[in-house]
Design a protein around this ligand. Structure first.
Ligand SMILES: Nc1ncnc2c1ncn2[C@@H]1O[C@H](COP(=O)(O)OP(=O)(O)O)[C@@H](O)[C@H]1O
Ligand SMILES: [Mg+2]
Length: 335
């Protein structure tokens, strides 16, 4: 088996906050190989962005990796100095963050920002780099690139800025693309075009994709596997079809509110009553137990680890009962 492009082993991240030390990531493991497409879903605050930032070496100053390892193309990132690590990650991975305004440089034209890596890292001449940038602009749905090349970020709409950010992420020919809510600012037609481009890159050059999104329709369209995050951990891991049709963790079940007809799946995650736990306090038992429709006494005292359930993995003591959840909920009138 070839070395995965990215491998994360039992990663933990703590963040210093005004309320105390926050255990934001509590033992997360996964890997991304060429051509993989992984969706990460979960409520706001569950640790999705911090996980990606830890991998990319972009944690805020008050956050620290406190346990675990990150391997980039087989190299343990903790053995590299900052500069070497940055070089290795930037030749391996591209990233598109939710906040395209923050990601773009306000005083450099958007065309020049896309051309920068082709020109200065990939060694293209000025005119080659310009041509590369124009091609990327076209690929992300900006047809009048010549006219927009010299504009500054503030002169473009949110949707256009987001597309520029995607073009910049692709300008280094990454082997893996990390996308954190990348298409939320795009209208559906452009979103479809961007997703089509990513799928083509995946098919033609084995681009690995890690996609954080609230949009289940997007996960359904472009991801093979899904990881569901809750309170700093993955609580369910599985294939997209298995997870959408037969969730084995009650949190996933509640997020999906499984439509009777899987084709009619709501495209957004469902909101669940109650709140996620405060991770500045010790976690006693399953962190989802207070909000869970299937919790038993044991759930309040020990925290379940991921274990195999049919084709998936689930961190729930009751996951073997997943087939009966719908019936039980209907009976209790919760559905
Ligand atoms: N810079 C920061 N300072 C303090 N707390 C932070 C910071 N960034 C994230 N957090 C906290 O870390 C937890 C995980 O955040 P995040 O990974 O951004 O969640 P998600 O992306 O899943 O919405 C949240 O409780 C969030 O409030
Ligand atoms: Mg986030």
């Amino acid at each position: 088996m070839s070395t995965p492009l990215i491998r994360v082993e039992d990663l933990s991240v703590e963040i210093k906050t005004g309320r105390g030390l926050l255990k934001a990531i509590r033992g997360v493991s996964f890997e991304v190989g060429a051509g993989d497409s992984i969706g990460i879903v979960g409520e706001s605050g569950s640790g999705k962005s911090i996980t990606l930032k830890a991998i990319l070496g972009l944690l805020p100053n008050n956050a620290q990796v406190t346990a675990g390892k990150i391997f980039i193309k087989g190299v343990d990132a903790s053995t590299l100095n900052k500069k070497a690590r940055r070089a290795l990650i930037s030749e391996t991975a591209g990233m598109v963050f939710q906040d395209a305004i923050a990601a773009l440089n306000p005083v450099i034209s958007v065309g020049a920002q896309i051309a920068e890596v082709p020109r200065f890292r990939l060694g293209q001449s000025k005119s080659e780099a310009r041509a590369t940038a124009l091609k990327l602009m076209q690929q992300v749905g900006i047809s009048d690139g010549e006219e927009r090349f010299d504009l500054y970020p503030h002169q473009l709409s949110g949707g256009l800025r987001q597309r520029i950010a995607i073009a910049i992420a692709l300008s280094s020919n990454p082997q893996v693309l990390f996308c954190d809510e990348p298409t939320t600012a795009l209208d559906v037609t452009i979103q479809a075009q961007v997703l089509r481009l990513l799928l083509e890159l995946r098919r033609d050059s084995g681009l690995g994709l890690v996609f954080v999104t609230h949009d289940l329709a997007v996960v359904n369209e472009i991801c093979d596997s899904i990881k569901v995050m809750y309170a700093g951990k993955f609580v369910e891991i599985g294939g997209v079809d298995d997870t959408f049709n037969r969730p084995t963790h009650p949190y996933t079940y509640s997020l999906l509110k499984a439509a009777p007809d899987p084709e009619a799946v709501v495209s957004r995650l469902f909101t669940i009553g109650g709140e996620a736990p405060n991770l500045t306090l010790p976690v006693l038992g399953c962190p989802f137990a207070p909000r869970c429709f299937t919790a038993v006494a044991e759930c309040g005292t020990s925290e379940p680890e991921l274990r195999a359930v049919e084709n998936s993995q689930s961190a729930c003591f009751n996951s073997h009962e997943h087939k009966s959840w719908r019936a039980a909920e209907q009976k209790s009138g919760a559905l």
